[in-house]
Write a protein that binds this ligand. Structure first.
Ligand code: PEP
Ligand code: MG
Length: 746
């Protein structure tokens, strides 16, 4: 019996392929296909519903229902039984459709006479493109074999749709990758860019979903799985693999040996699918489960399986990571995620970056910022929707990606780019002017940096110096601990490039989200509150000492400025400072020249330090507010957690009052104070910080122009009054009042 089904199934697929081979228009093909399926399964009705837009399904072809209803009958996602199959992405099989909850009667189709209903989602890589339905008058439940046969057909339909088989005469569905798409995400680095897609990991395109010779296909699959297995074993045998990687590889091995996985693919092949189509069918299933799984362990395993399927597809199709495609001259990189080192490899060739995962504070984001490349993260479906070479426009102001944009979008976007270029020119014209406000206050603007690649911006941005040099980036982009001599040479180059302008080196800030690939990860329940930054430096001082020596040597007699990150109490500062004193003693004894002048400060990133003893404020060389961390601890809202990250406004009256308190304490002791979190680079935030007394801000180089421009047009005394009025009124945030004031000022 099973044999008959398999033969039937193969026959049907063979006929489907013939339909594809002809040069019929898309609609004719769809009409023929429903006819073939109804005939092969022996049901009165077979219909294909495809998505018209994101949440509307349209009847695109039918055998059995009223043909007038084609392209007329539409339903919303979730509506009726068809909508339900589409929403859940799952098969629905019932002998009594009219009495099933959710059944929707559609008179135009003449549907009431059909009792049994089987709906199968048409899915490709976990994405539902439509629904394939068979119905019959007699009340029967379709057998497992029939369901299975229909699933295989649905898979082939999805592949055909992907290849553009149903395009034509405007009525059938267009090829997915030929239509414009607009995707949304979160801005991680501002800027607008136009270019062509370059996929970090190219998609494998399956052009032959149907195969004649199941034996040959089985052989191909077995060989490919074997190759995969050997590859994974080899990777596992490599001593360099750490524990975490080994766990992932073990999971791979588990799948590669998984009987269920293999068996299902073998079955698909015996029904007429090619080896690659069988792999993709399994992958699709895993993807749709991944979307539904709430358990993070299961999700990770499914994601491993997804990755494994990709590898297998590459082996089968011979489309390795090198597909022979050539990188466009204006590449916009699309990836699920990317590491900082890989991004540095691409360097400045990229015009823009679009990531499905990633986060605003990730290392890749930091590198993208250093290279001033617009970056949008959390762009759902980016890798699914893009093909190498697609035209794309990245709006890193709004967090929008226009994929294959139509002419109106292109024109509007180019206007926007031209306006931005004009703004950049305007900022360039005030580059050498001071950020002097209308009331005569002068605010020093510095830039944040972390890579050699940042330093050229010192000149172009008009920054007075580097207010924060994040030294951990050098540690993060390598795969082994840098040596002291390397670091010292690097810091010396940074000082050379700064040409006498001040550079504030922050000692290593690792832990929390910044985990060095070559250090044992600590499994901490709350890494942001855990063993990080100066805590690591003081408990295991080896690296801190090495770094301090490297800094002292790099100065080679020049002035040097160093600050310690994440100091939460006075004693941590004194201990860290003692390390510096020891390092200086040692250098002196070794006969090295010491910096002619040295400033040692601390970052104020925890509320506790704002309440440190008066003596601390007298003693510390300077303070720099790390607003990113300070804000997350003030509001107890994780800066990396999308759900709460933006919940509290920096211009919240309580937060501004808190910062004002720090300003006052520093004024009393004459302690130099700066602010170096991301907010310093947002013009309105920077204006308010200046109004409450901050006179030194450090930000991304690209923010200096906009911040300076606003400061030069503002009167801080007036802004201060707006803030204090808001406070007296009991406003939650001063933002509405400030925005109103700025509007009035034009
Ligand atoms: C901060 O916390 O504001 C800061 C500047 O440090 P980082 O963003 O590197 O933690
Ligand atoms: Mg910080």
């Amino acid at each position: 019996m099973a044999q008959t089904f398999e033969t039937e199934s193969r026959k049907l697929l063979g006929r489907l392929r013939d339909t594809m081979a002809g040069d019929d228009p898309g609609q004719t093909r769809l009409d023929k296909i429903v006819d073939l399926i109804a005939d092969s399964i022996g049901t009165e009705v077979c219909s294909i519903y495809l998505f018209r837009d994101e949440d509307t399904l349209e009847l695109c072809a039918t055998e059995g229902l009223n043909s007038e209803a084609v392209h007329q009958t539409r339903m919303k996602l979730g509506e009726g039984l068809v909508g339900r199959v589409a929403r859940r992405g799952q098969v629905f099989n019932t002998p009594d459709a009219p009495n099933t909850r959710g059944f929707r009667y559609m008179p135009e189709t003449g549907e009431e006479v059909y009792t049994s209903f089987l709906g199968v989602p048409i899915q490709r890589l976990g994405e539902t493109l439509g629904v394939l339905v068979v119905q019959s008058k007699d009340a029967r439940e379709y057998s497992a074999d029939e369901v299975y046969a229909l699933e295989v057909v649905a898979m082939v339909l999805a592949e055909m749709a992907e290849l553009g088989a149903f395009v034509g005469d405007g009525s059938a569905m267009g090829a997915r990758h030929s239509q414009p798409a607009m995707l949304r995400g979160t801005v991680a680095q501002e800027g607008v860019a136009e270019g062509h897609i370059w996929l970090h990991e190219p998609r494998v395109v399956v052009t032959n979903p149907i195969a004649d010779d199941p034996h040959r296909e089985l052989e191909r699959l077995t060989e490919a799985v074997e190759e995969l297995r050997v590859g994974v074993d080899k990777m596992l045998a490599l001593a360099a693999v750490d524990k975490e990687q080994a766990e992932v590889l073990e999971a791979y091995r588990m799948f590669a040996n998984s009987k269920g996985w293999m068996r299902r693919m073998e079955e698909d092949i015996s029904r007429g699918l090619s080896a690659e189509a069988a792999v993709e069918k399994e992958q699709s299933l895993a993807r749709s489960r991944m979307g539904q799984a709430s358990d993070s362990y299961l999700r990770e395993r499914l994601s491993d399986l997804d990755d494994l399927s990709n590898r297998l597809l590459r082996i089968l199709t011979g489309q390795g990571s090198d597909t022979g495609a050539e990188m466009p001259a204006d590449p916009i990189l699309v990836a699920r995620n990317i590491g900082p080192a890989e991004l540095l490899d691409y360097g400045r060739t990229l015009r823009g970056i679009i990531l499905e995962a990633g986060s605003v504070g990730s290392h890749a984001a930091i590198v993208a910022r250093a290279l001033a490349i617009p970056l949008i993260v959390h762009v759902d479906r980016a890798t699914l929707e893009s093909l190498n070479g697609d035209h794309v426009m990245v709006d890193g102001e709004q967090g929008i990606v226009h994929l294959r944009p139509d002419d109106t979008v292109v024109t509007a976007f180019r206007d926007k780019m031209a306006m931005q270029a004009a703004a950049v020119e305007r900022y360039a014209s005030i580059r050498d002017k001071a950020a002097e406000t209308l009331c005569g206050s002068v605010v020093s603007l510095h830039m944040n940096a972390g890579l050699m690649a940042d330093l050229p911006s010192l000149e172009g941005s008009g920054a007075e110096g580097v207010g924060l040099f994040r030294t951990e980036l050098q540690f993060l982009v390598r795969n082994q601990m840098p040596r002291r001599s390397e670091l010292s040479a690097l810091y010396a180059r940074v000082l050379d490039a700064a040409g006498g302008k001040k550079v504030v080196f922050r000692t290593l800030d690792i832990g929390s989200d910044k985990v060095l690939p070559y250090m044992k990860p600590n499994d901490e329940p709350n890494p942001a509150l855990g063993w990080r930054a100066i805590r690591v430096g003081l408990d295991k001082p080896g690296v801190l000492r090495m770094q301090l020596q490297a800094l002292l040597r790099s100065a080679n007699g020049r002035p040097l400025t160093v600050m310690f990150p994440f100091v939460a109490q006075y004693e941590e500062y004194t201990q860290a400072k003692a390390e510096m004193d020891k390092a200086m003693d040692r250098e002196r004894r070794l006969g090295h020249v010491l910096p002619e002048h040295i400033e040692i400060g601390a970052m104020l990133e925890t509320p506790s330090l704002a309440f440190a003893p008066h003596k601390f404020f007298e003693e510390v060389g300077f303070l720099s507010i790390g607003g990113n961390d300070l804000k997350q601890f003030f509001f107890a809202a994780d800066r990396e957690n999308e759900r709460v990250r933006r919940r509290y406004d920096t211009l919240n009256v309580s937060f501004l009052s808190f910062i004002e308190r720090i300003v006052e304490r520093c004024e009393i002791t004459g302690t130099p104070l700066s602010f170096c979190g991301e907010d310093a680079g947002r013009p309105v935030e920077a204006l308010c910080l200046a109004a409450i007394g901050l006179r030194n801000l450090s930000m991304r180089p690209a923010s200096i122009g906009p911040v300076k421009s606003l400061l030069r047009r503002s009167n801080l005394e007036e802004v201060r009054k707006v803030i204090s009025d808001a406070r007296h009124r009991g406003d939650m945030s001063v933002r509405p009042a400030i925005m109103e004031y700025l509007r009035e000022q034009g």
